[in-house]
Design a protein around this ligand. Structure first.
Ligand SMILES: Nc1ncnc2c1ncn2[C@@H]1O[C@H](COP(=O)(O)OP(=O)(O)O)[C@@H](O)[C@H]1O
Ligand SMILES: [Mg+2]
Length: 465
């Protein structure tokens, strides 16, 4: 591309106006530096994005990696084509030809750029349909997160993956975590502030991810998961009662024991990725989502023991807990239990719950639905997030449904509970878990929960050991 072509290109791309005159001027002054088209465009980006740091970071975080980092001009390196998303014209670098008709391959990229523009415009307090140019020229800092971000707007043209789950949008841009980095997650919020939607937004992503993953859903008091009842990624039917929740969690503990055994064959293996590599075999990650369930973490909960055990041991076996609920009072969730949850979000909650979950009271003043303060692993500061909004129809549309092949595991009774295996498994469990297990099994006999030796005797009496 020669100098004239470059100027023509700038004109076509809408970057030759007064706000970017400098870019063209400097290009003329030291053309040799900008030999390579990518460098010129990057230079343009530098000149154009002469913005306050926060806004600039925000904009950059929205830009596609495989584009050349430009708004509104997108560069398809493979084909040597630039797309101006504002005018829908394409510029072919090789032939220097402009084509006004956008082609199929560019369409999803353009859709994504449009979506990003909408999010940016709303963050910058501009009207919808504002062009990127106007966003870039907005002098003041971005003031506020938008009140609503449609999930589809964050994903246009890209497929969700469990390696990059979107949690929400912060002032710094989209906040994502891979499933192993998200690890166990605790989300609290008073009724009606967005907990279930947040779980839905993750289900929406997991449903479309191509990686294998299986999901366990527990909701003993609400109906948030009803629309997922026939989802083919469910490991069991939705657990809707305490005995069912107990049965599925016991089965998960058995799965943890099975995985522990499998890992045992490879001394170096410490996590799912390493196991998959060492054994050349796939073990699916399992995500356990429990809505309206923070009370289950408490000491008095019949399944508190199982949840505690899972939160302590499961993550290295690729099994992750995501628990949402209304309350996280200190008498319900102690610090040790809380600290097993490495990602913690608080939607609008009373002060004591905010303090327990975040060590900070700022979730009290949240006034937007779907807004949360998050303490995320590896993040030194709390992050304010607007979590994505997903409608039930959108959720249903992405979920493939399966036959009712899954059946609920038998209620919390070990199958054929005799023999060495069971005794070994039993003895490998912490006393807390055994006590919880016995409480669920013998609800009328509280003594069983207090002392595990007595619980064992009780089990023996019942011929269960
Ligand atoms: N991320 C969000 N963005 C915008 N509005 C939301 C969001 N999440 C929830 N809401 C609004 O709040 C209502 C309650 O959300 P929901 O997730 O059911 O709350 P909870 O489970 O905490 O009781 C929703 O029907 C919706 O109108
Ligand atoms: Mg809910």
């Amino acid at each position: 591309m020669n100098a004239n072509e470059f100027l023509e290109f700038c004109k076509w791309a809408g970057i030759a106006g007064a706000s970017v005159g400098g870019a063209v001027g400097v290009y003329r002054a030291s053309r040799a530096v900008y030999d390579d088209i990518a460098k010129r465009i990057l230079y343009w980006k530098d000149a154009q994005l002469n913005l306050a740091g926060k806004k600039r970071r925000l904009i950059e975080s929205f830009i596609e990696h495989d584009s050349n980092g430009m708004l509104p001009v997108i560069y398809d390196r493979e084909r040597g084509i630039f797309l101006n998303a504002n005018t829908n014209a394409m510029w072919d670098v090789v032939s220097s030809r402009v084509n006004q008709a956008i082609d199929e391959q560019m369409r999803p990229i353009r859709e994504k750029i449009y979506a990003q523009q909408r999010v940016l415009a709303s963050m910058a307090g501009l009207k919808p349909n504002t062009t990127t140019q106007a966003i870039l020229e907005q002098p003041e800092q971005i003031k506020e997160l938008p009140g609503m971000i449609a999930i589809a707007d964050l994903f246009r043209g890209t497929r969700p993956t469990i390696n990059n789950l979107v949690l929400g949008v912060s002032q710094g841009g989209t906040v994502t975590r891979s499933l192993p980095l998200l690890m166990h997650t605790l989300a609290v919020g008073s009724s009606g502030w967005g907990k279930s939607k947040f779980l839905h937004s993750l289900i929406w992503q997991i449903a479309q991810a191509q990686e294998p993953v299986s999901v366990v859903l527990i909701d003993c008091s609400g109906s948030a998961f009803n629309c997922c009842a026939n989802w083919d990624k469910l490991r069991y039917p939705i657990a809707r009662t305490m005995p069912q929740a107990s049965a599925v969690l016991c089965e998960i503990l058995t799965e943890i024991a099975r995985r522990r055994e499998l890992y045992g064959q490879y001394p170096q293996v410490e996590n799912l990725a390493e196991y998959t590599q060492a054994a050349s075999a796939d073990l699916e990650p399992i995500v356990i989502m429990a809505d309206e369930s923070t009370a289950m973490l408490g000491k008095k909960s019949p399944i508190g023991g199982e949840l505690g055990e899972i939160s302590q041991t499961a993550r290295q076996y690729g099994i992750y807990l995501l628990i949402a609920g209304q309350s996280a009072k200190a008498n319900l969730i102690d610090t040790a239990t809380r600290d097993n949850f490495t990602s913690r979000l608080a939607f609008h909650v009373p002060s004591n719950s905010s303090a327990v979950v975040l060590d900070d009271r700022r979730a009290v003043s949240i006034r937007e639905r779907g807004r949360a303060w998050a303490a995320l692993w590896g993040e030194p500061e709390l992050l304010e997030l607007q979590t994505p909004f997903v409608t039930k129809d959108e959720l249903i549309a992405v979920m493939t449904t399966g036959a009712a092949a899954n059946t609920m595991p038998a209620p919390a009774q070990p199958e054929q509970p005799t023999g060495q295996d069971v005794v070994e498994l039993w003895e490998s469990l912490p006393e807390k878990t055994i006590a919880g297990f016995c409480r669920a099994l013998f609800p009328g006999r509280p003594a069983a929960g207090k002392n595990w030796q007595r619980a064992k005797v009780l089990l023996e009496q019942e011929n269960l050991l």
